[in-house]
Design a protein. Structure first.
Length: 113
């Protein structure tokens, strides 16, 4: 059974940084395209970034240049480094395994002074 467990969320001031982690078990992680999505209160879940097995990355326009997705195939972990955070980045962040279509439980990111 595929499991994804996110961590690293929290409260941060505007302009600050956070790094999210998502540990994956139960799948051949190195072969999978992995992604991050987010859902703000009252809004639909939206795409943030993905990284494929070869390391190719793609980002939503709203986060390009501020967020960086990466992966460690030894640790079966995908990361999301978030810099220059603003209140508009406040949301629950979810990781997704595109091969299995499984999601993590989400981690809350709140950007507020």
């Amino acid at each position: 059974q595929v499991q994804l467990v996110e961590s690293g969320g929290g409260l941060v001031q505007p302009g600050g940084s956070l790094r999210l982690s998502c540990v994956v078990s139960g799948s051949i992680f190195s072969r999978n395209t992995m992604g991050w999505y987010r859902q703000a209160p009252g809004k639909q879940r939206e795409f943030v970034a993905y990284i494929n097995s070869g390391g190719f990355t793609n980002y939503a326009g709203s986060v390009k240049g501020r967020f960086t997705i990466s992966r460690d195939n030894v640790k079966n972990t995908v990361y999301l480094q978030m810099n220059s955070l603003t209140a508009e980045d406040t949301a629950v962040y979810y990781c997704k395994d595109f091969r299995s279509d499984y999601w993590g439980q989400g981690t809350q990111v709140t950007v507020s002074s």
